[in-house]
Design a protein around this ligand. Structure first.
Ligand SMILES: *Cc1c(COP(=O)(O)O)cnc(C)c1O
Length: 349
């Protein structure tokens, strides 16, 4: 069989399929509801992109208060997770539930991983985490903060304890940091901890189409990881467009604040509803649980929303996220449509 040429760990892998459900209100992928004009670029199409993305890294270094040499650019942060696992390897410690790509990429590369359950408030379970660290001595620890899909930010002090105890690298994935309280970031702690890396992405603030992610850390470490980066991983158009769009800081900030305001309104609305338990969020989405008893199960609920042309993410059941959904904050109009549909579905139950 020709398929036998495929490595066993790849054969065993569940394909990460993103199903295309045709809904016009798309609140399933944590995208921004607001896009930006791409502009006109006079780029030489016959030339390769700048392999080191010098201009873009310089621009972001200034914005984030780090040196350009402390930034590694990726085709989305997914690619940087891939590079980390390629350059460092496992075992990887993954508090769960969290972003699935940490595990998926570890599996693709045949690296071992340890999933440590979060506590009942979706915060780091320090006892379990320390026990796993002692037992497995993980080379990489991925902490999504705010955490996808739970929306909360792990307690700052707990993350510090993990960084201080870890013999390996700790990656604080700040994909949703722009939606968090100002200053609630680990970027400023980079000079203090050599084993700390911070990951950022432009995907959640309205630039998902460009595929741009960044890893921030100690210069020698960034240089090492840079060795496994494919030469032209970020294309010229994305490099140029990102600078052009980010220069208009006001427009970016306005879009982010609108999402934050709408998130807080949406949370208040969800909290009022019987049969829904909403979890507080520092991100651009809200996790909620269906607590109704009756004929309305998670499957039917999801379908009914789709019938109303609204797509949200249904989370895998069987664990702490049983009957849970993740809804991305949309425009005021989209959020209102979601709440209206939700009210109707619950009332008719
Ligand atoms: C969406 C997301 C990312 C972003 O991935 P990109 O590849 O940059 O689009 C990274 N980490 C977490 C936790 C996410 O939810």
């Amino acid at each position: 069989m020709i398929e036998d040429l495929i490595k066993p760990n790849i054969k065993a892998l569940m394909a990460y399929t993103i199903e295309a459900t045709p809904c016009s209100i798309r609140l399933d992928a944590n995208e921004s509801p607001y896009g930006f004009p791409l502009g006109q670029f006079r780029l030489p199409t016959n030339r390769y992109p700048d392999p080191e993305a010098v201009a873009l890294r310089r621009f972001l270094a200034y914005k984030w208060g780090v040196e350009p040499e402390c930034i590694l650019h990726g085709n989305g942060s997914d690619e940087l997770i891939y590079y980390l696992l390629t350059a460092v390897g496992g075992p990887v410690l993954i508090p769960t539930p969290t972003f699935s790509m940490y595990r998926v990429i570890a599996e693709s590369l045949g690296e071992g991983y340890i999933m440590v359950p979060l506590d009942e408030r979706f915060d780091l379970d320090m006892e379990a985490t320390f026990m796993a660290m002692d037992k497995y001595n993980p080379k990489l620890i991925f902490l999504s903060r705010p955490n996808n899909p739970t929306g909360n930010s792990f307690t700052f002090g707990r993350v510090i304890e993990v960084i201080e105890k870890a013999g390996g690298l700790v990656i604080v994935d700040e994909a949703y940091q722009p939606f968090s309280p100002r200053g609630d970031s680990f970027v400023d702690l980079l000079p203090r901890y050599r084993n700390l890396l911070v990951m950022r992405t432009l995907s959640k603030i309205g630039l998902a189409a460009l595929r741009l992610g960044f890893l921030l850390g100690d210069k020698p470490l960034i240089e090492m990881i840079n060795k496994v980066r494919l030469p032209y991983n970020v294309n010229s158009l994305s490099q140029a467009a990102a600078i052009g769009i980010l220069e208009d800081e006001h427009s970016i900030d306005k879009a982010v604040s609108s999402v934050v305001d709408e998130r807080d309104k949406l949370f208040a609305e969800l909290s009022k509803l019987q049969g829904i338990e909403a979890y507080p969020s520092n991100a651009n989405f809200i996790l909620f649980k269906l607590t109704l008893n009756g004929s309305l199960n998670a499957e039917i609920f999801h379908k009914k929303l789709i019938e109303d042309d609204i797509l949200i993410k249904k989370l895998a059941g069987g664990g702490p996220l049983d009957n849970c959904f993740r809804v991305t904050v949309g425009t005021p109009k989209e959020n209102a449509a979601f709440i209206t549909s939700l009210n109707k579905i619950i009332k008719n139950n």
